[in-house]
Design a protein around this ligand. Structure first.
Ligand SMILES: C[S@@+](CC[C@H](N)C(=O)[O-])C[C@H]1O[C@@H](n2cnc3c(N)ncnc32)[C@H](O)[C@@H]1O
Ligand SMILES: [Zn+2]
Length: 175
């Protein structure tokens, strides 16, 4: 990937803890940064981070069926990027050779979904979809504080989220 100077920096975020902000204009489609870290198998990640979905905080990124990128170890600035319900960036998995797939060579790249001005926080949708039973408590543990008018209230995504919200309209209040 390009060795150009990154147009981002870590700063305190209103959303959560540290975030990543543009330090120069970023064009739509531009490569922002690669999400780096140690590669762990799913089993290794489960063992190392036993608190799993109870924690509400993670630096793990699911790369593919074989690998998780663990940005706690050898992570770069990308590990500070927050999620949100109106993202200006997106993370996608880059496979080096589509004809000879090698899961270990896959990489997580973060790209601008639209043009981003200096000072704007970089946000991509984590698309969290855990393989556990979904409950109101789980949605609250992973509460989204992105502040967007479109905020769903949770960082979790998918059908199971909608089902919990429908069955528990007061899920945010602990009812
Ligand atoms: C990869 S880290 C991002 C950096 C994080 N802000 C920090 O300072 O450690 C991911 C964690 O940040 C928090 N986070 C990210 N986006 C969030 C959001 N929209 N609302 C609430 N917490 C968020 C969650 O705890 C999430 O598991
Ligand atoms: Zn949100």
């Amino acid at each position: 990937m390009s060795k150009k100077k990154l147009k981002i920096a870590r700063r305190r975020s209103k959303i959560h803890g540290n975030g990543v902000f543009a330090t120069a204009p970023i064009r739509k489609g531009e490569h922002i940064v690669e999400y780096l870290g140690q590669f762990l198998t799913h089993a290794e990640a489960d063992e190392k981070y036993k608190e799993g979905t109870d924690s509400g905080h993670t630096f793990l990124f699911t790369l593919n069926e074989h690998w998780i990128v663990n940005a706690n170890v050898r992570g770069n600035v990308a590990r500070w990027i927050n999620t949100g319900c109106e993202p200006n960036a997106e993370a996608f998995i880059h496979s080096e050779d589509k004809k000879k797939p090698d899961p270990k060579k896959d990489r997580v790249l973060i790209e601008a979904k639209r043009s981003i001005k200096p000072g704007e926080e970089i946000i991509y949708d984590y698309g969290f979809n855990f393989d556990v039973k979904y409950t109101p408590k789980l949605l609250r543990t992973w509460a989204c504080k992105c502040g967007s008018p479109k905020c769903t209230g949770t960082m979790l995504k998918g059908k199971k989220v909608k089902e919990v919200m429908k069955a528990h309209p007061n899920w945010q209040k602990g009812k």
